[in-house]
Ligand binder design. Structure first.
Ligand code: ADP
Ligand code: MG
Length: 240
């Protein structure tokens, strides 16, 4: 089976010489809900920015549903929806238009784009806000807008970079339910987090990244069993 995401020996050295990724290997299978857990500065956002072609890699290969980002970028991007860790809306664009324009990038005609925008805005409880300027929305609404925007072309893989950082537990739970529903509908999901309980609640598979390396890549079940051994708790506490 073609993996949803295949990463091979991915390296990244930033322009200032900082080595952020030291050879990441990762395979996520279609339908999985995968957590990439790691402390601040571990390399989570760097990895995700490279997958989404927002940042150039230094070495290695990345493919999304078999489409190599070096040779087949548009097809790779069509399979991917991204919710970045940080986003700013500096354009005075209404919420509905943001979704329609995003759909347009993927070649979805305007009429169909509006249908999809309506569907996702309703699902994310933003339909009432469709005419609002995005940057006037609350923090939680902006995040939901970014999720709707990531889903409007109905990608097979959804990647969210710390989607619940800084949101309260109620909002976090609502988002978890929504993500579970999307995953059950067949969308492969990868999320980064530094909350172990978030990974535990959502994901069957987990990778732990630290200092630009995957130090653990296993099932949630196996990780939890391992957590019962004292030495690993110490290692993990140091890593997180
Ligand atoms: P995480 O998302 O896991 O918190 P990041 O991928 O954002 O980690 O960052 C990994 C490391 O790379 C950090 O030490 C960060 O300071 C460094 N870094 C990120 N962006 C840049 C950049 N543009 N130039 C130099 N170093 C960077
Ligand atoms: Mg980050």
């Amino acid at each position: 089976m073609t993996p949803a995401l295949h990463i091979e020996n991915l390296t990244k050295t930033y322009k200032n010489g900082f080595v952020a990724l030291k050879g990441i290997d990762l395979n996520v299978q279609p339908g999985e809900f995968y957590a990439l857990l790691g402390p601040n500065g571990a390399g989570k956002s760097t990895t995700i920015s490279i997958i989404a072609s927002l940042v150039n890699k230094s070495g290695g290969r990345v493919s999304i549903f078999g489409h190599d980002i070096d040779t087949d970028l548009y097809a790779a991007k069509c399979c991917l929806g991204l919710v970045p860790q940080e986003f700013n809306f500096n354009v005075f664009e209404p919420v509905g238009e943001i979704l329609v324009n995003q759909a347009g990038y993927y070649g979805i005609p305007r009429r169909e784009a509006w249908n999809r925008a309506e569907r996702w805005l309703k699902k994310l409880e933003l339909w009432d806000k469709r005419k609002e300027i995005a940057r006037n929305l609350s923090g939680g609404m902006k995040r939901r807008l970014m999720i709707a925007r990531a889903l409007v072309h109905e990608p097979k893989l959804l990647i969210l970079d710390e989607p619940t950082a800084g949101v309260d537990i109620e909002v976090r739970r609502t988002m978890w339910d929504f993500l579970r529903e999307i995953n059950q509908a067949g969308v492969t999901i990868i999320l980064t987090t530094h909350y172990l309980e978030e990974a535990e609640s959502l994901c069957r598979k987990i990778g732990i990244i630290d200092h630009g390396q995957i130090i653990e890549n296993t099932s949630m079940k196996a990780l939890l069993a391992k957590l019962n051994t004292e030495t690993f708790i110490l290692d993990l506490e140091q890593a997180l």
